[in-house]
Design a protein around this ligand. Structure first.
Ligand code: Z5A
Length: 252
């Protein structure tokens, strides 16, 4: 398991097919970790924002950890914004509805991937980049690692194609830190299914083997990006998970 903290100096160097290192396009905003030590506005110095993503299989506890993180940051005077994918803005939430709902028509893995990136493009341009530019922290429940894990490892799509789409949609914007909430599939599914709820969406209706591939994919992504991705043992009690998460946040 990776033990290094998420550090902001990680070079965006391709170490495996999921990672790219591309020059920033002219005029493209800088990513969070490339901004300077402070952002000045009207004579005030504002802490630079961080882009934190939460990943994991269904029922891993991402929504729970997002709320916990935002509270922990607020207590330290840091404005953080919680958002999610697919979704996060009114239009992207409409795309979410389309991609998650179970209807009579088949949705190919390719169509699923393109919808995820359509929602992501809207989200990045309207919410994530503006918030980071204001110096806010963004806590995002899933981002492109989810596409790598679900559509890449889960559905078996070509990783190179996913990276091309990622480049087209968010350039070199990468999370400063990703918390991968890892737990056995059976435990995640039982937690998720233990919630009162609505009818299963297209993902919730998947078989356990699918989530096993996704979990394996996530762990491989973590293994290949040890400085960005921190693995949290999400099978532990909530106080224990909280402690693991706050330790990472303290290191940022
Ligand atoms: N998807 C994709 O395929 N490709 C992409 O690019 C993107 C997404 C972005 C919707 O995502 C689907 O989209 C998702 C992947 C796909 N489908 N699946 N699977 P989503 O994130 O909105 O949905 P989700 O993964 O199903 O989220 P979730 O089920 O809401 O899980 P969660 O947010 O990780 O868990 P939670 O709600 O915080 O916790 C679940 C329950 O466990 C809850 O009752 C908690 O109180 C409890 N809990 C949490 N932590 C603990 C601990 N430590 N102990 C005990 N109980 C706990």
């Amino acid at each position: 398991m990776p033990s290094e903290p998420c550090v902001r100096s990680e070079p965006r160097v391709a170490s495996e097919p999921w990672v790219r290192s591309e020059p920033r396009l002219a005029g493209e905003p800088r990513v969070a970790s490339e901004r300077g030590a402070s952002v000045s506005g009207a004579g005030n110095s504002v802490s630079p924002g961080r882009f934190i993503t939460l990943e994991g299989i269904e029922g891993a506890g991402k929504s729970t950890v997002a709320q916990l993180a935002v509270g922990w940051l607020a207590a330290r005077g840091i404005t953080a914004r919680v958002t999610r994918e697919p979704g996060g803005t009114p239009l992207a939430e409409r795309v979410r509805k389309i991609v998650l709902e179970r209807g009579p028509e088949a949705v190919s893995p390719q169509a699923e991937t393109l919808l995820m990136f359509a929602a992501r493009s809207i989200h990045v341009e309207n919410l994530i980049r503006p918030a980071l530019a204001r110096g806010e922290w963004v806590i995002c429940d899933r981002f492109t690692d989810a596409t790598r894990a679900y559509q890449g490892y889960g559905r078996g799509l070509d990783p190179a194609w996913i990276e091309q789409l990622a480049l087209a949609v968010h350039g070199d914007l990468q999370p400063d830190c990703t918390l991968l909430l890892d737990l056995p599939v059976a435990l995640g599914l039982s937690r998720a299914r233990g919630r009162s709820g609505t009818a299963a969406d297209r993902f919730e209706a998947e078989v356990e083997e699918f989530f096993e591939r996704v979990r394996t994919g996530y762990l491989l992504i973590a293994q290949h990006n040890p400085q960005r991705v921190r693995v949290i043992d999400a099978s532990r009690t909530l106080p224990d998970v909280t402690e693991q998460v706050t330790r990472v946040l303290e290191s940022l």
